[in-house]
Design a protein around this ligand. Structure first.
Ligand SMILES: [Zn+2]
Length: 1008
């Protein structure tokens, strides 16, 4: 039953009966429709039919204007936007926008790029025809406002430009594929903007361009529609959650605005910059009924212009007030989303002098109308949500579309009324970003030449370039003063050699460079107790580089020239002779070389050596029989080579191209997706298998040298083994007539429910025992430990330590494991939650049995703390010497503890600690760290041994979001040396292992 709405909303009645819907009483005449324009009655009737309550709509969207020649979304959908049971593929969405563009001079469609799987991404521009006709001229004006250097910071000139320009408001939909409502909402929104003659709409389209990308994650959208179709075709069955969204990642596609690894991020930024848009407004669906997190919550990102924070407040609160005036319940803008991390898609705008915004509306993950039952924290009334969502609601996709459109139209209208103001701010923010060196600092970031780091430096510069940051190189040496390390330290002079890279801060997009290269500190007592995402991300640290923050503007006067292609900084070959050496210095493309240089003989030097007057690290590659193409390959890989006259006489082994399997579960695929991304980008081939494949394949070792079991993302060991519950129907994940888009490559299954199983577990164990290398991280490291694959390793208790996506400092423990080849000093890692390991020389959880520490405690008796007690009435007997063990070490066993103890791990199979966390004082690099004592100095990367193979365990995730370039070589070194990870020599025996035993208080019971 739908209430009767008043056709003319201008007509507001002072007294109305309760039977008339709330929004009909609206006094808000800003959004009145044109009484002369006919409405599309059938479409309007269907809008009413699918809206489940009269308060879930507004005067802006409770009718549809009619047009003689412009098709409505029903033309493609067969029903109205938001109709139940209808979820269009991206192709159909595009089809509609192209029909719209063909019918209306107020609409233009542009291809903005393609996804990893080749699907098109579009942007749709909507404005008056003459605005669109002159769009290029407008872009040129906005480009000058975006880069005040082009007008010599002349405010008068800027004012002229602002007077002539119209702004661009960019809306993006459906980056998160299970959040399904935006495409149909945006189809209808575009129709309204093109067709409606309401004064407020006419004002919008004559004062600004609305730019729309209706589907950001196109690969994921098509898979989501597949799943929905399967659900509709199998109405009484359980259907799978969306296992794959994009080709690589799911939800994390909205964490890519720093690394810019994904095509969707690059295409959206390019579009945003090309149009010089003022706003990037991203649509999501997870919160009832509409959370405009434009205001959000603290802490705010420390690198945004304060003007932006004010714009957030202005737009967010105005928008909520407008929605309130329509009587729509459950709309709010303050909330628990902190605005700290710059990783969200919308933040591309915040970091490029625009305005970032994001809506969370309420979606059903499909087009079913459902009874939704909210949690108390969702429907409770709070100071910022005086009109909260309903505790129980019958909710439709149309309701969701009503909220999305009402909020967008009202906020765009507000924006259109204030274009001058927002263009002024846009210019001011661009100007202030370009004046950063003198206004606020720093002046620049500088990277001194360091041949060992150039390969990783190229990776960093490529990210900055994707972010549209200008990069320069010093032509001559330059001396300037550098701030002291700590508050109050005196500045010191530093000279940067010619060839140093300079990221000047007097450029328009200085803020993103500053945010990526600077350090982050999240106070442990910050009122925000639930960081929304990582608290630290310094690319300086995560790329394992030395990047100097220079506040002295003198650096900007030094001679320098722009670098167009950072890749040209590396990839040179010098020297002469028949053997090419690539010094191992932690390059991300060293492993790739083994696959790219087909036909050449490649060996790994196991020790450091000198040749032709040069020093080369252990792990360096020696290439002989290289053909002419080798130089090209090395250049493409940004690997420097040195020709030497003859191979050195150091131990070396052949570097075959290891056969790699990347094993995933059917529980979740996002976190391992970042590993696939890294390997694909590096050009390292692998087979993509599931745990079900491992369950079926009883000789994994004959097929693979290395199996990578990247993190599942909160997968327990039992989940990995058991899979999903079997009490429901099978759920396929494979290509079919109704699901043509589901599969990634060849890897599909008739039923996603079975996990690794106990067969798979045995196959995996045999694989390692027969010499394979299993690489694990976070939850899969836990899996390896809990299933006995890593004798002597256990998970360290975190106690009350707080780590939330924090960059922590680590120290190398093993000096000669091939895993550490090329590394020196410390290595920053990003730790999700402080996971670390305890090491023991025995298996079982009791290996780390607590012994009295004679250095810090002793019983009451004679002497001092440092002396022995000597009981009277008998001769003194010297106790077994107890050695102090470090938190990353295994406790040494004495003869008593070893005797007939089945649990003692043979020396050659004892776990080898590769990396440990630093001590508490020097542990934190970036982000939040509190109460670190229980994890400080504990092992974080361990090489465990089983049979003749190895299990590499990472407490951190070394291959994460394209951000952990500095850690990649740990993984690549391990793969390159997969058959040389066994202990080559027994560890030196502990002194007490050799001593005769004496009675002590820790004897195991012997029944005496
Ligand atoms: Zn979302």
């Amino acid at each position: 039953m739908r209430p009767i709405r008043l056709a003319l909303l201008l007509c507001s009645l002072p007294f109305v009966s309760a039977a008339i819907s709330l929004q009909s009483q609206s006094l808000n005449t800003n959004f009145a429709r044109d009484p002369q324009q006919p409405i599309d009655q059938d479409y309007t009737d269907h809008i009413h039919k699918y809206t489940t309550d009269p308060t879930f709509t507004s005067p802006l969207v409770d009718y549809l204007p009619a047009s003689k020649n412009v098709p409505t979304p029903a033309k493609v959908l067969g029903d109205v936007s938001g109709a139940p049971n209808i979820l269009p593929y991206a192709e159909d969405v595009y089809k509609y926008f192209r029909l719209l563009a063909a019918a209306s001079p107020r609409v233009k469609v542009y291809t903005i790029g393609h996804t990893e799987e080749g699907r098109e991404q579009i942007a749709v521009a909507i404005a008056d025809a003459d605005l669109l006709k002159n769009a290029d001229t407008n872009k040129q004006r906005l480009a000058q406002l975006a880069d005040p250097r082009t007008i010599n910071f002349d405010d008068a000139k800027a004012r002229d430009l602002i007077d002539q320009s119209y702004p661009v408001y960019y809306i993006t939909g459906t980056i998160h594929s299970p959040e399904t409502g935006a495409p149909t909402a945006l189809m209808e929104l575009a129709y309204r903007l093109a067709v409606d003659d309401s004064p407020y709409i006419k004002f919008i389209r004559s004062h600004m361009v609305v730019l729309i990308t209706p589907v950001v994650e196109v690969d994921g959208r098509d898979r989501q529609v597949d799943v929905y179709r399967w659900h509709k075709a199998n109405p009484n069955q359980k259907y799978p959650h969306l296992l794959y969204w994009g080709h690589y990642v799911a939800h994390d596609n909205n964490r890519d605005a720093m690394g810019m690894t994904l095509d969707l991020t690059r295409n959206v930024l390019n579009t945003y910059i090309d149009w010089h848009a003022q706003v990037l407004h991203d649509l999501h669906e997870s919160v009832p009924f509409l959370y405009d997190n434009t205001v959000g919550d603290g802490p705010y990102n420390a690198w945004v212009d304060p003007l932006l924070a004010d714009e957030w407040a202005e737009l967010g609160w105005a928008n909520v007030a407008q929605m309130q005036s329509f009587g729509m319940p459950g709309v709010f803008t303050h909330g628990d989303f902190d605005t700290w991390s710059p990783g969200y898609l919308m933040f591309l705008a915040a970091m490029h002098n625009g305005i970032s915004r994001l809506y969370e509306t309420f979606g059903n993950g499909g087009a079913d109308t459902e009874k939704r039952i909210l949690d108390p924290e969702e429907y409770s009334r709070t100071w910022y949500r005086q009109n909260p969502p309903w505790p129980i609601v019958n909710w439709s996709q149309r309701d969701n579309n009503n909220y999305e459109q009402s909020a967008l139209l009202s906020t765009i209208s507000y924006f259109a009324q204030h274009t001058h103001h927002f263009l002024e701010n846009y210019y001011s923010k661009s100007k202030r970003a370009t004046q950063k060196p003198t206004l606020e600092g720093p002046a620049a970031y500088v990277i001194a030449p360091d041949a060992a780091a150039t390969n990783r430096e190229v990776e960093l510069l490529k990210v900055l370039q994707r972010q549209r940051v200008e990069i320069q190189q010093l032509s001559d040496a330059s001396t300037c003063s550098i701030a002291g390390e700590k508050r109050g330290d005196k500045p010191k002079q530093e000279t940067f050699a010619a060839g140093s890279i300079v990221i000047r801060m007097d450029q328009p997009y200085s803020r993103i460079a500053d945010a990526l290269l600077d350090r982050q500190f999240w106070a442990p007592d910050d009122p925000q107790k639930h960081p929304y995402d990582d608290t630290g991300w310094s690319f300086t640290h995560l790329f394992n580089l030395k990047v100097v923050r220079v506040t002295d503007p003198a650096i900007l006067k030094a001679g320098m020239k722009p670098i167009e292609d950072p890749a040209t900084l590396a990839g040179k070959i010098d020297g002469s002779g028949s053997v090419i050496v690539i010094n191992n210095s932690g390059q991300v493309s060293l492993l790739s070389a083994v696959y790219k240089l087909k036909g050449a003989k490649i060996q790994v030097a196991e020790k450091a050596f000198d040749a032709d007057g040069r020093h080369f690290n252990a792990g360096s590659l020696l290439i002989s029989n290289a053909d002419d193409k080798a130089a090209d390959a090395l250049r493409n890989l940004a690997l420097d080579g040195t020709k030497i006259s003859a191979a050195p006489s150091v131990p070396m082994h052949d570097a075959s191209a290891p056969r790699i399997a990347m094993m995933h579960t059917w529980l979740a695929t996002q976190t391992e997706g970042w590993w696939r991304y890294a390997f694909d980008t590096a050009g390292i081939p692998y087979s993509y298998i599931s745990t079900q494949t491992a369950a079926k394949e009883d000789d994994l070792r004959s097929r693979y040298d290395v199996i990578i079991f990247a993190p599942v993302g909160h997968g327990s060991t039992l989940d990995i083994i058991n899979g999903l519950p079997r009490w429901n129907n099978p759920m396929p994940w494979k290509k079919s007539d109704i699901t043509p888009n589901l599969q990634i490559g060849d890897d599909g299954t008739d039923d996603i429910r079975p996990g690794l199983g106990y067969d798979g577990l045995e196959h995996l164990r045999t694989f390692v025992e027969e010499g394979g290398l299993l690489i694990t991280s976070e939850d899969t490291a836990q899996f390896a430990i809990e299933t006995g694959f890593a004798p002597g390793v256990s998970i360290a208790s975190k106690g009350d330590a707080r780590v939330v996506g924090t960059v922590l400092n680590t120290t190398f423990v093993s000096k000669d494991s091939p895993v550490v080849f090329g590394y020196t000093g410390n290595l920053p890692v990003i730790s999700a939650n402080g996971m670390a390991f305890n090491i023991s020389n025995t298996i079982g959880s009791r290996g780390g049995r607590l012994l009295m520490d004679p250095y810090s405690e002793r019983p009451t008796g004679r002497g001092s703390l440092e002396e022995n007690d000597e009981p009277l009435g008998r001769k003194a007997v010297e106790a077994e010497k107890l050695e102090k063990t470090q938190p990353w070490e295994a406790k040494k066993l004495n003869e008593e503890q070893i005797r007939n103890n089945f649990s003692v791990i043979p020396e050659q199979l004892r776990p080898e600690v590769i990396l440990r966390f630093n001590e508490g004082k020097s542990l934190l690099l970036d982000g939040l760290l509190d109460k670190a004592s229980s994890i400080a100095e504990h092992a974080v990367v361990v090489n465990a041994h089983l049979g003749t193979g190895s299990v590499l365990l990472f407490g951190n995730n070394p291959v994460y979001r394209g951000e952990t370039i500095g850690d990649y070589p740990l993984v690549f070194n391990a793969i390159l040396n997969h058959d040389h990870l066994q202990r080559t020599a027994s560890p030196a025996p502990a002194p007490q292992d050799q001593k005769p035993s004496t009675p002590d208080s820790t004897s195991k019971p012997t029944g005496n």
